[in-house]
Design a protein around this ligand. Sequence first.
Ligand code: UDP
Length: 235
Amino acid sequence: MQYKRILLKLSGEALMGDRNYGIDPARLELYADEIEQVLQRGVQVAIVIGGGNIFRGVAGASNGMDRVQGDHMGMLATVINGLALQSALENKGLDTRLQSAIKINEVAEPFIRRRAMRHLEKGRVVIFGGGTGNPYFTTDSAAVLRAIEIEADVILKGTRVDGIYTSDPEKDKSATKFDQISFQDVLSRGLKVMDTTAFTLSQENELPIVVFDMNKKGNLLKIVSGENIGTVVNL
Ligand code: UDP
C-alpha cells in the first residue's frame, strides 16, 4: 500500500446520492464498502465528513440568519452525517469511533488527538465530526487540520469528478485532467481544489492532496494502492 494512514474527506453533498437533500442509504453503503476494502489491507482510516446536504452556514446567512448561528447548525449537520456513516460502517462489523470538535458527549467522543491516534493504531475507523469546532471554517479546513494533527500521509478528497481539470469539466468539454500538479500551479492557475484556508494549510505543512471520484466502486483501494486515477497535488 502506498499510504499507511489516510484522511478521507467526504462532502455532505456526496451523501445525497441522486436525492436533493439528506442521506441516501445506498450511497452510505457504497462508501462503507470502499472503506472496508482499504481497512482489510491494514490501512488506517480517518474520515472528515461535510454537512452541505443538510445545512451550510452561508446559506443561512444569505437568508437573514446570523452567520455564527448558521455555522453552528452546519457543524451539527456534520455530526449527523458522521453518525450515519458510523452506522453504515458498524453494519459491516467494523469498529468505529466518532469524535466531535464540539462537545456532545452523549453522542460522540470529544476530539482528543492522542486517543484518535490510538484508535487508528487499533484498526478503528475514526470519524471526525463538528468540523474544526469554529464558525467561518469549512470541513475542508477541518480535514487538513486533522490530517496534520494525526500525521496522516495524505488527504484523499473524494468527489464526484475524477480529478482536477484545466477548467470545470461539467461546463467546459475541452477541459483536460492533471495527473499531478503542484500547490503553486493550482494557485497561479486559479484552480479550485479546496477553499484557500484549507489549501494553504495543506501547502504549508507539505501534506499532499489527492482528488478522485469516490462514487466509482474500487477507486479508494486503487488510490491507496498507488494507482494514479485522480489528481495528486504536492510540492
Ligand atoms: N462549519 C463550520 N466550521 C467548520 C466546519 C464546518 O462552521 O470548521 C459549518 C459551516 O457552516 C459549513 C457547514 O458546517 O457550511 C458544513 O460544512 P461544509 O460546507 O464544509 O460541508 P461540505 O461542503 O463538505 O458538505
